[in-house]
Structures are given as structure tokens and as C-alpha cells.
Design a protein around this ligand. Structure first.
Ligand code: ADP
Ligand code: MG
Length: 699
């Protein structure tokens, strides 16, 4: 371990505010700060001065290259490194980096998914500096966080719409704050994402083609010991994992990422890392970096870090909790109950905005976390269901009920709730009552959206959340700005919203079957079980209208995104199907055959020795294994047929339905036969490491 002085280490590879203030002239610093805080356009001269100092700082810290770092729709980050060198007249080189290079880059955009956007608009794409997220050094390269757009301005990435959604919520929230006379220059949303992951020994991992190609095991019988003992959650961290975590923390701290909490999770080999929350776009960049560095550091420790949502069937998968709040530059958390009745009325209005947003745009939240991987989690008895609902806790529920019914609130003081007047009781923060099964829970001063998969970019759900809440706030501002009696109309509005959106509030067990019935049949909530079901709703008229009205997406962007997300889904499953066929044909069937041969040989030899031997074990095993090989053969042929049909489909909506209805069920069938065969075959003859060997590979 190189450095142990954490304050010294922290952010040492980041061109952050401290560095800027120390290295830039006062003028340059002031104008850059204005750009960062108030979104003002950056002067070219200022950009040159910033670039020069950024380069000098980067070189002093060992960098030789720079790159625009961006988040295309593949879900992983992209970078193309250029060195600082430029030839000098004397035959040597100079280290150069201009303001132009800082502000704009032109990566070859053609191999990133665009869903037809570039074909329709412009062939080239460009990257544009996001000065609100600090530049940093990674692998001797100065990385400049950027947005990625087509030349006609269409977003080709996840960051651009995220920044737009932050602007939308800023605009609408400020209108509301003005009505309350609350002082704020801007409003920003913050996120703290809790990241789950698995660690597997690299040698064992390398023996599993399914893990290598698809990130998850496509076969594998259950180990004798799984998570049923509940002995892993918050358990003692193994020394090898502890070393990994320490190393990981150091790397993240150097990059200014506030890695804070680490612990073992429910499943064997499963762990979690949570940072301290930060502004949403910064948190998004940090989470992308965190995922990348988790993998890199694991490799250094002879391990593989699995970020797939469901690496092992039958064992808890990995999610990511998106802790979200909204606050002002003056330090007010708008989701925190305040000290005065007036602040509490403001809090209740923001609370209403979230409740309404989640109800009106359940489908957008659901589809924002939809991927082939996450489909294996949502609705299984370990993760929130595919149905979106909100948990508020006892106290808030009681307060909202009191407002809704005009009844006294049985809290600290018995008074009828009237907003904006002094009788509104002070709220105490309810942090005890936690419901782990709710997909969207209020946790004291923030909402926790728990449906995200571990590999999801947090950009997607925050785009939807910000935009949907902006829409509620817009409606409230439109109404209240016209009001002649603010307090009365505010009270009426809050009461109406609570009444109209009761159906989304649910404090019970989200994992139960009764909930699915009640939610869908009684409450009319949507239950979009798979990516194929969810994604097309991106193009529903009400969703398009809202997202376009707040300038978060253009129509073309929405269409392209829907297509790309569905394409990602079908491509992923297609690779899984092909991998299964490959493993079955080349490894599983030959392995079972070898074992059958040994059993047959043994049986006939034993019978030569004595005709009294029954060979019950050999014969019964052979009989069942032989049946299973027939089933395996039939189902692999079936899957091959489906893969062929899939290849012939050109419409992505049709393909996604085919994947859901035909491919995935066929893959499940094939797997079930192979897994049964695994239980009957000697471990020595089995071609791949077992679940037990994988899950307990790190000691
Ligand atoms: P849990 O019990 O779910 O682990 P924690 O209180 O430890 O919850 O917080 C989890 C995450 O929530 C952390 O990343 C933390 O920084 C983040 N968080 C805390 N307060 C806020 C807030 N006001 N806005 C956004 N995220 C927050
Ligand atoms: Mg949590």
C-alpha cells in the first residue's frame, strides 16, 4: 500500500476545485466556476488557460495521454487515447493540449450504437466537455468527462439526457421555491448508489465459458450450501477480500470517489460497496468508474469481479440501490422535513411531486432498469418485484392519511392538519421502519429506488426520475402561481395529489403473491415483467410528450433508444443461447458420454467376474443419464432451431418477443436436463467447475 494518509490520497488524481483554485488565475477560476455552477458558456481564452494548466498538472502526475471519456449506449464507458505530444521544429516534441481539444473531441462514432440516429442525421459524432464533472487521471491518461452527441445535436449517450433532466428539475423546482420564498440559486438532485458484486477466483472463473462470454452461469446444479444459513450477510470479511477492498478503496479515493461502506452481502462471495452521495451526474460518472475499477483491482488480486445481475441461478443476484434526493445550493434537502410548518408544507409538496411522478410514470422507471440480466432478478424472491410502488413508513403514512381524511393526526400533537399554518406538527424523521421489499422507499430524507441491476448505469433511472418529478412540479407551479390564496390552494392540491395517487403507496410485503394480485387487479398498477414488455412503453404517447416537453429527449432520440435497448436485450440472450449450444455440444454431451462409457465398461467387467453382481448403481445411473442425454439432445436441437429463426428476424420488437417467448424458455429447459445430469455424473468427469467451486473459490 503506497499511501496511508487518506486526506492526502483523496482526490490526488483529480483536477478538482482545490487544484483549480491553486493553479488557475483568479479570473480564469472565476469564469470556470460560473460555467460549472451556472451553466454559462465558456470563453475560448478561458478554455485555453484551463487546458494548459490541466495538461501541466496531468503531466506532473505522470500522464502522457488524454481522452474524452464518455458513456455511449452500450452501457460501458468509452475512451480513445491521444498523447499530448506534438512535433517541434527542432525535431523534438512538445507536450500540447489546447482549449479546443478540451472542449470538443471527434471520436469515430460509427461503431457505437445509435439506433439509426446517425444515419438519419449526421454521420459524425462529437464529445463535449462536462465541466461539472472533474477531469481525472487513469492509467497515465487524463480523462475528461464528456457528453456524446451527433453533429445535429442528438444525444448518443446517457449523460446528455441526464444533464437535461437535471436542468428540467432545476427549472421547475425553482418555480416552486419561489412561491415559498425559499432562497436558492439552483436545485440539484443527488445520488448515492449502493453497488453489489461477486468475487470469484480467476482460475476457476476462466474455466467457465458462460461466465466469460455472458457474465452469468448458464448451467450449474445447486451446491449443498448456499445462502440458507444467512451467515454471509454482514459476516466477517475474508482476508483476501479485505485486501481487495482496501486496495479498491485506495484507488477510488485517489479518483475522488467517496467510497464509504463495505460489507458482505446475502449470497456467498457477494459484497457491497456504497459511496457517500454526490450530485447526480458526478455520481453517475463515479459509479461507472467504480465498476471499472472494481474489475481491474479484482484482476490484480487474482479474482474476477462479477457485476452481472444474476451470475448464479438460485442464489441472490446483485442490485444497486439508487438513493435519490433533491436539494438547493443553499443546503436545504427538499425531502427532509423542516423545522417550521412552512418548511414542512414545502417538504410535503416535494413529497407529493415524487409520489405523483412514480405513479404517473411507473412504466418509465421500470423500463429504465430493464436489461436481460436484471430480468432474472426483478420479481424473483430476492429483489423488488417488477411492479413499482412506494413505501413511506408509518409516520408519513399517518400524516398523509390525516391530510387526506381531514382527521386529527395522532402524532406528537393532536391537531387537524392544515398546511402553512402553525398547527402543522413537526415531523420526526422516521428511520426505524424499513421495508426491504419495496422497490421505492422513503428513507428519512431521500428515496431509495431499489430495482436497479448491479450493472445498470444509474443515468437511465435518474433521467426518468428527474424528468417525471419535474413534470409534477411543473403542474403544481402552473396551478399555484395563479393562486389568489396560496395556503388554501396548496392544502387542496396536496390533499388532491395524495388522494389521487393512493394506489402507488404500499407498505406491505412486496415479495408476496397476494401483492401481485392486488397491485394488478385491484389497483391497476403495471407489472412489466421483462425487458420485452417494458421497453416499448418508452414510446407511449404520454411518456414521449412528457420527456419531450421537458427537453430531455427528442422524438428521434426516444425512438433510437428504444431500439438500442431492445437490441442490447436480444443480442445478450442470443449470445447466451449460442454459448449454451457450444458448451452442450462440445463439453457436456461428450463428458456424459465418457462417464456412461466408464459405467458400461465397469458393469460388463463386474459381470464377467461374477453373475451375482447387480450393478444397481451403474445400471440405474446409466439409464437415467442416457434418458437425459436424449432430452439434452432434443432441447439443444430445439434451441438451435430457435437461434436460426431469431437470425432471420429483422424487427427488433418481434425479436424481443421471440426471445422472451421462445428462446429463454428453451434455454431453461435445456439447462434443467444438464443440471440434473451434473448431479449424476462424477465430478472428475464433469467439464466445468461446479457452483460450489465457484461460490466458495475465494478463501
Ligand atoms: P442503507 O441502510 O440502505 O445502506 P445508508 O444510510 O447507509 O442506507 O445510505 C445509503 C446511501 O444513501 C449512501 O450512498 C448514502 O451516501 C446515500 N445518501 C444518504 N443521504 C442521501 C441524500 N440526502 N441523498 C442521496 N443519497 C443519500
Ligand atoms: Mg440501501
Amino acid at each position: 500500500m503506497e499511501k496511508t494518509n487518506i486526506p492526502e490520497l483523496f482526490g490526488s488524481l483529480v483536477f478538482d476545485d482545490r487544484v483549480m483554485r491553486a493553479r488557475l488565475s483568479d479570473d480564469v477560476y472565476a469564469s470556470l466556476k460560473k460555467t460549472i455552477d451556472e451553466n454559462e458558456k465558456l470563453d475560448e481564452k478561458v478554455a485555453d488557460a484551463v487546458a494548459e494548466e490541466m495538461k501541466n498538472w496531468a503531466i506532473e502526475n505522470g500522464a502522457t495521454h488524454f481522452t474524452h471519456w464518455f458513456q455511449p449506449l452500450t452501457g460501458v464507458t468509452a475512451e480513445k487515447h491521444d498523447s499530448f505530444i506534438s512535433p517541434s521544429p527542432d525535431g523534438g516534441v512538445l507536450m500540447e493540449f489546447s482549449g479546443k481539444e478540451l472542449i470538443k473531441g471527434e471520436p469515430d462514432a460509427s461503431s457505437f450504437p445509435s439506433g439509426g440516429l446517425r444515419a438519419t442525421f449526421e454521420a459524425r459524432g462529437y464529445t463535449a466537455w462536462d465541466p461539472t464533472s472533474y477531469a481525472f487521471i487513469k492509467d497515465k491518461t487524463l480523462c475528461i468527462p464528456t457528453a456524446f452527441c451527433s453533429y445535429s445535436g442528438e444525444a448518443l449517450d446517457k449523460k446528455t439526457p441526464l444533464l437535461r433532466s437535471m436542468q428540467a428539475i432545476n427549472k421547475q423546482a425553482k418555480r416552486i421555491l419561489k412561491l415559498f420564498g425559499t432562497d436558492a440559486n439552483y436545485v440539484r438532485t443527488s445520488v448515492g448508489p449502493e453497488q453489489e458484486y461477486f468475487l470469484v477466483d480467476k482460475e476457476v472463473f476462466n474455466k467457465r465459458p458462460d461466465l466469460k462470454y455472458t457474465g452469468r452461469t448458464l448451467f450449474g446444479a445447486m451446491p449443498p450450501k448456499g445462502q440458507e444459513m444467512d451467515d454471509h450477510y454482514f459476516g466477517v470479511i475474508k482476508p483476501r477480500v479485505q485486501e481487495y477492498m482496501s486496495d479498491l478503496n485506495q484507488e477510488l479515493w485517489k479518483l475522488g470517489i467517496l467510497a464509504k461502506t463495505e460489507h458482505n452481502e446475502v449470497a456467498p462471495a457477494q459484497h457491497e460497496l456504497a459511496p457517500i452521495y454526490s450530485t447526480t451526474n458526478v455520481a453517475t460518472d463515479a459509479n461507472q468508474l467504480t465498476m471499472e475499477i472494481m474489475k481491474k483491482v479484482a484482476s490484480r488480486h487474482g479474482m474476477e469481479c462479477l457485476l452481472h445481475e444474476k451470475p448464479f441461478a438460485g442464489v441472490n443476484g446483485s442490485g444497486k440501490h439508487n438513493n435519490w434526493s433533491i436539494g438547493t445550493d443553499t443546503g436545504i434537502n427538499l425531502l427532509s422535513p423542516g423545522k417550521t410548518p412552512y418548511e414542512n408544507a414545502q417538504f410535503l409538496l416535494f413529497l407529493c411531486a415524487v409520489i405523483q411522478a412514480v405513479d404517473d410514470y411507473q412504466d418509465l422507471l421500470r423500463l429504465s432498469v430493464a436489461t436481460a440480466g436484471n430480468d432474472h432478478r426483478l420479481g424473483a424472491n430476492e429483489a423488488p418485484p417488477a411492479i413499482i410502488s412506494i413505501f413511506l413508513g408509518d409516520e408519513l403514512t399517518a400524516i398523509l392519511d390525516a391530510i387526506r381524511n381531514d382527521t386529527p393526526y395522532e402524532g406528537t400533537e393532536k391537531v387537524v392538519m392544515k398546511l402553512g399554518v402553525s398547527s402543522l406538527p413537526r415531523f420526526s424523521r422516521d428511520t426505524t421502519d424499513r421495508n426491504r421489499t419495496s422497490p421505492f422507499a422513503f428513507t428519512g430524507n431521500k428515496f431509495e429506488f431499489r430495482s436497479l441491476g448491479s450493472s445498470n448505469s444509474i443515468a437511465c433511472c435518474n433521467i426518468m426520475l428527474n424528468a417525471a418529478v419535474a413534470e409534477s412540479l411543473r403542474q403544481y407551479a402552473d396551478e399555484l402561481e395563479k393562486s389568489a390564496n396560496f395556503e388554501e390552494d396548496l392544502h387542496a392540491l396536496i390533499k388532491r395529489v395524495i388522494t389521487d395517487h393512493q394506489r402507488i403507496l404500499f407498505d406491505g410485503n412486496g415479495y408476496g403473491d397476494e401483492w401481485v394480485k392486488e397491485a394488478t387487479e385491484v389497483r391497476g398498477l403495471s407489472n412489466l415483467k421483462t425487458t420485452a414488455d417494458a421497453m416499448p412503453h418508452l414510446l407511449d404517447a404520454k411518456n414521449k410528450e412528457m420527456l419531450m416537453a421537458h427537453k430531455v429527449f427528442t422524438e428521434a432520440e426516444l425512438e433510437s433508444r428504444c431500439e438500442i435497448m431492445l437490441e442490447n436485450y436480444v443480442k445478450q440472450v442470443n449470445i447466451e443461447g449460442l454459448t449454451m449450444v457450444d458448451m452442450v455440444r462440445k463439453n457436456y454431451l461428450p463428458a456424459i458420454e465418457r462417464y456412461l462409457f466408464r459405467l458400461a465398461e465397469t458393469t460388463s467387467l463386474m459381470r464377467q467376474v461374477s453373475d451375482k453382481v447387480k450393478c444397481n448403481y451403474e445400471v440405474s445411473t446409466m439409464e437415467r443419464l442416457s434418458e437425459l442425454t436424449d432430452h439434452i439432445l432434443d432441447s439443444v436441437k430445439d434451441l438451435e432451431e430457435a437461434l436460426k429463426t431469431f437470425k432471420g428476424l429483422s424487427d427488433v420488437f418481434k425479436s424481443s418477443e421471440f426471445v422472451r417467448d421462445e428462446m429463454l424458455p428453451k434455454m431453461d429447459t435445456l439447462r434443467s436436463y444438464v443440471d440434473e445430469a451434473e448431479m449424476l455424473t462424477s465430478q472428475k468427469d464433469w467439464p466445468f467447475p461446479s457452483y460450489g467451486q465457484l461460490l466458495f473459490s475465494v478463501n
